[in-house]
Unconditional design. Structure first.
Lengths: 488, 152
C-alpha cells in the first residue's frame, strides 16, 4: 500500500480526496490499481495505447520516474507517489492538423459497406467508427512489387478509402513468384494497370490513385502530402532514405518493411515521438555491399508475411488501436521461423528527426548512397580486358577454344550456361585458380558482368596474362547469341 | 456550449491581457486562482516550452506545484490556467485538447499584432473528445480582499 497524491483537476474522480491509497510494488502496478479503484482517472492518465500521457508526470518522493525506472520504479509503503500535471497548449501547427486528421471519421457506411465489412463491425475494437476511420483514410503505397502486392490487396480489402500506389515498372515473368497483384496474362503490362484491375475487382468501393513516376526528391513531398500513412515497399537504399526523410519532414508515419533472401524486417518510423530509419541507420551501406533481391534472391512467400505486417500497422495507426510497432524493429527469419524484436530509440542527434536537424529538405539520395549516375556506355570495348558475346561467338565459330570460366553459383549454372564453360564460383576462385593455366587465354563470365570483373582482376593479380571479361554476362549472350536459353 | 461559467475579477482580466501583450509574439501562460467559479487572481508563470514559444506554452511540473502553493497562500484553489494565442483566434487548438486536464478552466486570450483581442474560457468534456466553451463574465466585486491580489 502506498499513498498517491492527486492533483486538483483529478480530484472529482477520487471523491474529492487529495490523497488515496493503492497497492502495488511498482509505479505501474500502483497506477493500475488506482485506475481500478477510480475508473474515471484512466482516460486522463493514459492514452489509447495504454501509455502514460506525456503531460502526466509521476514522482516518487521528489524524483520524476522518467529518471528512475519509469513505470517499473519500485515503491514501498513509506514512499509518497505524486501525480503532477504539466500544463501545455498552444496554437495548431500544420503538423498537428495533419496528425489529428489521422483517425477522422468520414462518411457513414452504406448498406453494401455494412455487409462487406461485417466481420470488422462486430469487433468492438473496430466497430462502425473504426470502419469509418478506414473509409476516410488515405494510404500511399510506394511500389507495387513484392511488398506492395499484399499491402495493397489487404488494405483495399479492409476498406481503406483512398489507396495510392507509386510504381513505374512493367510486369516481368520473374515477378510472378511473389508479386501476387500481377498474373501471367499481365506480363509486359505496366504494374499499375494490373494493380488497378486486381484491386478494383477486389473492392470497387474504394478510390485507387496510381502514379506512374519514379519517386524522387522533386516529387515526393507533393505525392505524400494528401496521404495519412506511407507504406514503404521499396527495394533500394536511395528510395528508402528518400521515403524516410519525406515522412519525417511531413510528419507522416512510415510503415516500413524490407526483405532479402529468407529474412524480413518491419517497423513504424517517423511518428511524432518515435525513431526514424536514420536513427537506426544514419548512413547507407557502401554501394554493392548489400545485394538486391535481383542479385541475392528472395523467398517468394516472404514479402507476403512482411507486407501483411506493414498493412496491419497501417490499419492500427488509422484506427488508433493496439500497440504500434513504433520504437521496435521486428526481424523475421523464415528458415528458422523465428521473430526477434530490437528496441529502437529516437536519436536526439539524428540528422533529420533529432533536436537540431541538419537535413531540413530532401537531398540527392543517389549521391547520399554513393551511387553515381551511370556513365554513358563507352562505344568501344576495351579489348585488353573485355570481350563481347558476339565476338566470343565468332571466335568459337572460327575454332578458337579459349577456356570459358563461369563464376556464378551452381544453382545459376543449372539454369543456363555457355556451351563448353566450366564452373568455378567467385568465392572458390582464390583456392581453385591452380586448375587454370596462367599462360592460357581465359574468358570469365557471370550473370551480368559484375562478379566476373572481380574474378578477372583477381586472376590478373596472381599472374594470369590473358583474362577477358564477358561484357554483359550470360544475359547478353542469351540476348545476342542464343535466345533459346531461359533468362532469370 | 458548456453550462459552466467563469467570473473574472476586473483586474484579473487586465493582468491576463497585459501579460499576453508583454510576451507577444510569444505565448504567455499563468494560473487562475479563486473559489467556485470566481477567479480572484492570475498568477503569471514562465513559459518553459522547448518547441518554440510563438506556438506553444508549457507549465513544467515544478511551476505547477508552485501554482498550487500560491493558491493555498492566497486562500483559494487552483481553478485553471490561461494562455495567449498570438495572431490566432481565441479558440482551443487540437494541441490544447490533446494536453488538456479535466475540471480546469482554460482561458485563452487572442493577441493580434501586440494588442489583446477576444478572451474566451473552455472546459474539457469528460470523455476528452472536445473542449466546450463556457461563459466568461466580468464581476465587479470578485476580489474578496484586494490586498491578496497578485499582479503577474
Amino acid at each position: 500500500m502506498a499513498k498517491i497524491l492527486i492533483p486538483t483537476p483529478l480530484r472529482p474522480y477520487t471523491d474529492k480526496q487529495d490523497a488515496v491509497d493503492a497497492s502495488g510494488t511498482t509505479v505501474g502496478e500502483l497506477l493500475a490499481d488506482l485506475t481500478r479503484r477510480h475508473s474515471g482517472l484512466k482516460a486522463h492518465l493514459f492514452n489509447d495505447q495504454g501509455k502514460l500521457r506525456s503531460f502526466v508526470n509521476v514522482y516518487v518522493n521528489d524524483e520524476d520516474i522518467r529518471y528512475l525506472q519509469k513505470e517499473q520504479t519500485p515503491v514501498n509503503a513509506s514512499d509518497t507517489v505524486s501525480i503532477i500535471p504539466s500544463v501545455a497548449g498552444g496554437v495548431d501547427t500544420v503538423e498537428d492538423v495533419r496528425r489529428s486528421d489521422l483517425g477522422r471519421l468520414g462518411e457513414p457506411l452504406t448498406n453494401d459497406e455494412v455487409k462487406r465489412y461485417s466481420r470488422h463491425l462486430i469487433m468492438p475494437e473496430v466497430g462502425v467508427d473504426g470502419q469509418r476511420k478506414l473509409k476516410a483514410s488515405k494510404v500511399l503505397c510506394i511500389g507495387a512489387g513484392g511488398l506492395g502486392s499484399p499491402v495493397a490487396m489487404y488494405l483495399a480489402a479492409a476498406g481503406v478509402g483512398t489507396l495510392g500506389i507509386v510504381d513505374f515498372d512493367t510486369v516481368d515473368f520473374s515477378n510472378l513468384q511473389r508479386q501476387i497483384l500481377h498474373g501471367t496474362p499481365d506480363v509486359g503490362r505496366p504494374k499499375l494497370a494490373s494493380a488497378k484491375d486486381k484491386l478494383h475487382a477486389l473492392n470497387p468501393e474504394i478510390d485507387i490513385q496510381t502514379y506512374e513516376v519514379a519517386l524522387s526528391s522533386q516529387n515526393a513531398m507533393q505525392l505524400f502530402e494528401p496521404y495519412d500513412v506511407i507504406v514503404d515497399g521499396t527495394d533500394n537504399f536511395p528510395t528508402r532514405y528518400l521515403v524516410n526523410d519525406a515522412c519525417v519532414l511531413l510528419g507522416k508515419p512510415n510503415a516500413y518493411g524490407s526483405i532479402f533472401r529468407f529474412e524480413g524486417q518491419a517497423s513504424v518510423f517517423a511518428t511524432k515521438d518515435g525513431p526514424c530509419y536514420r536513427c537506426l541507420y544514419p548512413e547507407p551501406p557502401p554501394p554493392g555491399l548489400v545485394p538486391s533481391c535481383a542479385e541475392g534472391g528472395v523467398l517468394g512467400v516472404l514479402p507476403g508475411l512482411i507486407g501483411v505486417i506493414q498493412a496491419t500497422e497501417a490499419v492500427k495507426l488509422i484506427m488508433g488501436i493496439g500497440e504500434p510497432l513504433i520504437g521496435r524493429f521486428l526481424i523475421y527469419d523464415a528458415l528458422r521461423m523465428r521473430f526477434r524484436e530490437l528496441k529502437l530509440r529516437k536519436d536526439p542527434d539524428c540528422p533529420v528527426c533529432g533536436t537540431h536537424p541538419t537535413v531540413t529538405k530532401l537531398i540527392d539520395y543517389e549521391q547520399f548512397c554513393g551511387i553515381t549516375p551511370a556513365a554513358p556506355e563507352p562505344a568501344a570495348v576495351n579489348h585488353a580486358t573485355e570481350i563481347t558475346s558476339v565476338e566470343l561467338k565468332q571466335r568459337l565459330d572460327r575454332g578458337d577454344r579459349p577456356r570459358i570460366v563461369d563464376v556464378r553459383e551452381p544453382n545459376e549454372y543449372q539454369i543456363n550456361r555457355i556451351p563448353g564453360s566450366e564452373l568455378i564460383p567467385l568465392g572458390d576462385v582464390p583456392k581453385r585458380y591452380g586448375e587454370l593455366n596462367p599462360d592460357e587465354e581465359i574468358v570469365v563470365h557471370c550473370k551480368m558482368g559484375g562478379r566476373s570483373a572481380k574474378a578477372a582482376d583477381f586472376l590478373r593479380s596472381v599472374g594470369f596474362k590473358r583474362v577477358l571479361n564477358l561484357k554483359g554476362g550470360i544475359l547478353d549472350w542469351i540476348d545476342k547469341v542464343d535466345p533459346s536459353q531461359p533468362k532469370y | 456550449m458548456s453550462d459552466r461559467r467563469l467570473t473574472l475579477g476586473a483586474r484579473v482580466d487586465e493582468v491576463i491581457r497585459r501579460h499576453g501583450e508583454e510576451t507577444y509574439p510569444h505565448e504567455c501562460c499563468g494560473a487562475l486562482v479563486g473559489r467556485g467559479d470566481g477567479v480572484t487572481d492570475a498568477v503569471a508563470l514562465p513559459n518553459t516550452t522547448e518547441e518554440g514559444p510563438r506556438r506553444r506554452f508549457l507549465v513544467r511540473p515544478s511551476d505547477y506545484r508552485l501554482a498550487e502553493q500560491r493558491a493555498t497562500e492566497l486562500g483559494g484553489e487552483l481553478l485553471g490556467f490561461y494562455h495567449s494565442h498570438p495572431d490566432h483566434p481565441a479558440k482551443p487548438s487540437q494541441y490544447d485538447l490533446d494536453h488538456a486536464w479535466p475540471t480546469f478552466a482554460y482561458v485563452i486570450v487572442a493577441v493580434a499584432a501586440g494588442a489583446s483581442q477576444a478572451m474566451t474560457v473552455w472546459f474539457l468534456k469528460d470523455d476528452r473528445s472536445i473542449f466546450e466553451e463556457g461563459s466568461l463574465q466580468h464581476g465587479e466585486n470578485s476580489h474578496p480582499d484586494p490586498a491578496q491580489t497578485v499582479h503577474g
